[in-house]
Ligand binder design. Structure first.
Ligand SMILES: N[C@@H](CCC(=O)N[C@@H](CS)C(=O)NCC(=O)O)C(=O)O
Length: 205
């Protein structure tokens, strides 16, 4: 039995990051599928008072916030997806971890929610427009960099791909071929086996 339990939505949510990281590290996880009503319950509030997922239950306690969970797990299992603080690129890695977890993530979710809930076209267009200031520099970055830190695949790639994938699933990536290339290279990594049926269902939805 796995020592880790991950509360997550079907087909996916920010818990995607945790699942992917664990797959990269070849660590088992027990998935506890949740729906929107169940995460708004008093019972779930005992796990996360903010009533959001993902949440992990571990031998060290119960935690939420996908990027924090990923950082902790990568460090706990000594993953080479994290640079050492002595590495000259460490601050750069940190910069991308926060970029992937803050404004860009919020802007991407805001667009994806509007698109999926079929809010009025003006709102969808506005939220898509708000993404441009992120997508343009990102797209430029991935013209000359294979991964976030060049040739080396690291944790911020796992964090960054979630909002990029959500945008792609809402037809928001068509104008950015380098980001389509990045997404493709990411989801075809060996760790992505578990994800193939999930990705297909997102594309079809
Ligand atoms: N910053 C949080 C975001 C968590 C989050 O917003 N999760 C969404 C699912 S992807 C959720 O629980 N939504 C429920 C709601 O908005 O009420 C993280 O990275 O874990």
């Amino acid at each position: 039995m796995s020592i880790l339990k991950l509360h997550t939505f079907n087909p996916m949510d920010h818990g995607f990051r945790v699942r992917w990281l664990l797959a990269e590290m070849d660590i088992d996880v027990e998935i506890i599928e949740r729906d929107f009503d169940s995460i708004k319950s008093d019972e779930f509030a005992k796990l996360n008072p903010f009533k959001r997922i993902p949440v992990v239950e571990t031998e060290q306690g119960v935690f939420y916030e996908s990027s924090a969970i990923c950082w902790w797990l990568a460090q706990k299992y000594n993953s080479d997806l994290l640079l050492s603080p002595d590495d000259s690129n460490f601050p750069l890695m940190l910069q991308w971890v926060f970029l992937a977890s803050s404004n860009f993530d919020s802007a991407a979710m805001s667009f994806a929610i509007a698109f999926r809930m079929q809010l009025n076209e003006k709102i969808i267009a506005e939220r898509k427009d708000n993404l441009t200031e992120f997508l343009e520099p990102l797209s430029e970055h991935f013209v000359s960099n294979h991964w976030v830190l060049g040739d080396r695949f690291t944790l911020p790639d796992i964090l960054l791909i979630y909002p990029i994938m959500m945008i792609a699933s809402c037809k928001g990536l068509e104008d950015y071929p380098s980001l389509i290339r990045y997404l493709h290279d990411f989801i075809t990594r060996p760790a992505g086996e578990f994800f193939k049926p999930i990705y297909q269902s997102i594309q079809e939805s």
